[in-house]
Design a protein around this ligand. Structure first.
Ligand SMILES: Cc1cc2nc3c(=O)[nH]c(=O)nc-3n(C[C@H](O)[C@H](O)[C@H](O)COP(=O)(O)O)c2cc1C
Length: 359
């Protein structure tokens, strides 16, 4: 095996990805009107069509899933139609694109819910702030979801996946990482329920499994992915035993013939905690048989190392893809990269969105 392996094609859910580089989901906060993608989103994504697979920014599955201003959705006809144009343009450029489905749960504010508390597994607030119409506000204390609400949210995921298929997407990815709703159910620090969705690891994993089963009713399971962050403490996340919790879930995911699991490597802060998995992909590779995408702080060298050693099948990049529309070509040539500019990550227009230079 050589470093060229990164640039070899890869079979994914009946598709042929042209290389092993994935563009990771990135919120760009430019959907100013009714959750419809920005008019430049088509250009932004087509510029990056040389990725093996693009995963869109986190996209709201329902109005209730919202936790941030200016994020797109996939629950109205107008949103579906707008996304369909983007997908068509990416396909025309020879790219593949999956939609990331997002529910923020407690990482939200009551302003996004008409004054009502945001939904979560338990009434435990996260510490931090979100940007609302009235500026930065502390996350609200959430409302513990009833069983009926849980079923209704699972159904929202299913409808959103159906809508994504209608828009022509090649697949979907469930955002199960970084302390958003599925992660809130999984981890013991945010889930203190006493019903069948809380307590044991089997119970805490139930929500994620039911989402996958519901989505698999409306699309090919081989095009369903899920992003997980077993070693993350951001967004006030904690778990009594992440090795066991994520080990249980990831082992079980073998049964669903999924497109991928995407695993974030540990953040520095999490590495210092007891029980946390330091080398995430290497650890879970032994448990998971399907396509494993590794994410977090990769560079050309680590990407080659991970793929070559078999720790991961695909490597995803967020910030390097944001700043380098032609990242695969730059990596292939082993040449210089544009540096990502933080101040234009979120909000604004063309600047820092569609104006990063190609080689
Ligand atoms: C501007 C920006 C927005 C992001 N938005 C999302 C998102 O919507 N969904 C998601 O799963 N991760 C999101 N992330 C996290 C990235 O997908 C990725 O996990 C993280 O940046 C680590 O990858 P990197 O080191 O290649 O940047 C975002 C990251 C950035 C920089």
């Amino acid at each position: 095996m050589t470093e060229n392996m990164l640039f070899e094609s890869y079979k994914y859910g009946g598709m042929e990805l042209k290389n092993r580089l994935v563009m990771a989901a990135m919120t760009r906060s430019r959907s100013f009107e009714r959750g419809v993608p920005h008019e430049l989103a088509s250009l932004y994504y087509t510029q990056r069509a040389s990725a093996g697979l693009i995963i869109t920014e986190g996209t709201e599955i329902s109005p209730k899933s919202s936790g941030y201003l200016w994020c797109p959705g996939i629950y109205t006809e107008e949103q579906i139609t707008s996304w369909a144009k983007i997908v068509k343009a990416v396909h025309k450029k020879g790219g593949n694109i999956s939609m990331q489905l997002w529910h923020t749960g407690r990482i939200s504010h009551s302003d996004f819910h008409g004054g009502m508390k945001p939904p979560a597994p338990s009434a435990i607030a996260a510490i931090g702030k979100t940007y609302t119409n009235e500026g930065w506000k502390e996350f609200s204390e959430p409302q513990e979801m009833s069983r009926d609400e849980i079923k209704s949210v699972i159904n929202d995921y299913k409808t959103a996946a159906k809508n994504a298929m209608e828009a022509g997407f090649d697949g979907i990815e469930i955002h199960g990482a970084f302390g958003y709703l599925p992660d809130q159910f999984l981890c013991s620090g945010s889930n203190q329920r006493s019903d069948e969705y809380g307590g044991s690891v089997e119970n805490r994993a139930r929500f994620v499994i039911e989402i996958i089963e519901a989505i698999a009713e409306v699309m090919d399971s081989q095009r369903i992915g899920i992003k997980l962050s077993p070693s993350n403490i951001g967004n006030s996340m904690s778990d009594e035993n992440p090795t066991e919790t994520f080990g249980y879930l990831i082992k079980k995911l073998n049964d669903y013939n999924l497109g991928h699991i995407q695993l974030m490597e540990a953040d520095e802060a999490a590495k210092k905690l007891p029980n946390y998995v330091a080398n995430v992909a290497a650890h879970f590779r032994k448990i998971y048989k399907g396509t494993l995408i590794s994410n977090n702080n990769h560079n050309r060298k680590t990407a080659i190392e991970f793929v070559e050693s078999g720790k991961a099948n695909l490597i995803s990049f967020a910030r390097w893809f944001l700043a380098n529309p032609d990242l695969p070509e730059r990596f292939r040539l082993n040449t210089r990269l544009n540096e990502p500019i933080k101040k234009t990550f979120y909000g604004g227009g063309a600047e820092g969105y569609v104006d990063y230079p190609f080689l």
